[in-house]
Write a protein that binds this ligand. Sequence first.
Ligand SMILES: [Zn+2]
Length: 161
Amino acid sequence: MITEISSIVASSKTAYDIAKGLASAYADAKIKERTSELLTILLSVQSDALAVNAKHQELLQDKYNLEKKIMEFEQWSKTKDNYELKELAPGLPAYRRKKMNKSEDSTLWICPYCYDKKQESFLQRECDYETGGFYFCPSCKTPFQWGEIGRGHKMFPRSFK
Ligand SMILES: [Zn+2]
């Protein structure tokens, strides 16, 4: 379609130049009047072709954006199937990576808030004791804390939202 539109634009430009040349070559008033009409029509055709070309470019961009969204959606669909909603601690939900095989360590957790935004953000473990623990999401900065984390443990060395 781009080729055809470019051809229309080029042809109308050539015709315009020829008609313009005719106008200056002949002194006859009738020829000048008709040539002027022809120039007006050619300008209109050229303008329409440019408008169609611009619309075509816009549609191509829309197509590209939609294909990109579909690809991201398909990718997220595969990624999210690797996780299941569990409790990081009682009352503290997060998504844990499913074991892909028996020997795999399944202690990887991702942030439930980032999960809802179709992002795979691994929770960073600050500390994890039997009495409590503290993780945080490096993307959205949400802290995940529970229980007692032990005396003398320096907490919150970072700034959170
Ligand atoms: Zn997050």
